[in-house]
Design a protein around this ligand. Structure first.
Ligand SMILES: *Cc1c(COP(=O)(O)O)cnc(C)c1O
Length: 227
């Protein structure tokens, strides 16, 4: 790792932190309620280490295999880090995912809820990851997530049929639309389901997401650079 890379990454991280703090002040929100998840997908340890060394502890990845290759070693060095799965989870990868992730943002279908419940039952005292339900607020056919009109029923099914504790909701708004209405919709669905955790906002729109109640913002390229 070059010193330059390290300086660049930590200065971008500093800027993101400052903008998050400002967005909290603007929205009259307590900054302790807004957590930055640094999305490190596609980046190797030489990029991730300076971010860890700058004190960042929450990271997001979108693939189980990539995470398995990258994170066990980093976790051994920084045992207090938290790894978040922000990409789709196949049911046959659930067991592996439980050993890697502290939070799963992408619970989006009954078969996955069933698979998670089954593996949780075998944890034998080890902590289960926290779960967020992904909502496809834009109802885009190619995108994961439950559609808004099915969200309440799916959350109830996770809780009542599968015995899963649901912490909150996550969304990825359509790339070609203003994000604010999607964030507002996600917050509304969360409120009526008694959920307080909202994973929304990426590099281009995390300040908007904070104004609308985000508690996790998932920021990749603004910290690590282009992928
Ligand atoms: C890649 C990714 C992000 C981060 O996107 P940036 O625009 O690089 O900040 C956030 N959320 C999800 C689900 C992602 O896949």
């Amino acid at each position: 790792m070059t010193g330059d890379l390290s300086m660049e990454v930590s200065s971008r991280l500093g800027e993101v932190r400052e903008r998050i703090a400002q967005a909290c002040r603007d929205a009259g929100r307590d900054p302790a309620q807004v957590h930055l998840v640094a999305v490190s997908k596609t980046f190797g340890p030489e990029h991730i280490l300076p971010v860890l060394e700058a004190g960042q502890r929450l990271f997001g990845e979108n693939r189980v295999q990539e995470s398995k290759a990258k994170w066990p070693e980093l976790r051994a060095r920084f045992p207090d880090l938290e790894l978040h799965l922000i990409g789709p989870l196949q049911t046959n990868k659930v067991r592996e995912a439980l050993g890697l992730f502290d939070v799963i943002h992408t619970l989006d279908r009954p078969s996955l809820a069933a698979a998670l419940a089954k593996e949780f039952a075998k944890l034998d005292g080890r902590p289960a990851p926290r779960l967020l339900v992904q909502v496809n607020t834009g109802e885009e056919p190619q995108k994961a997530g439950v559609v808004p009109q099915e969200a309440d029923a799916f959350i109830a099914e996770c809780r009542d049929v599968h015995g899963l504790a649901i912490d909150g909701l996550m969304c990825i708004p359509p790339a070609d639309e203003p994000a604010a209405p999607h964030f507002a919709l996600l917050a509304k669905i969360a409120r009526r389901n008694g959920l307080s955790t909202l994973s929304m906002g990426m590099s281009g729109d995390y300040e908007t997401a904070i104004a609308l109640g985000a508690t996790y913002v998932r920021v990749g390229s603004a910290i690590f650079g282009g992928r």
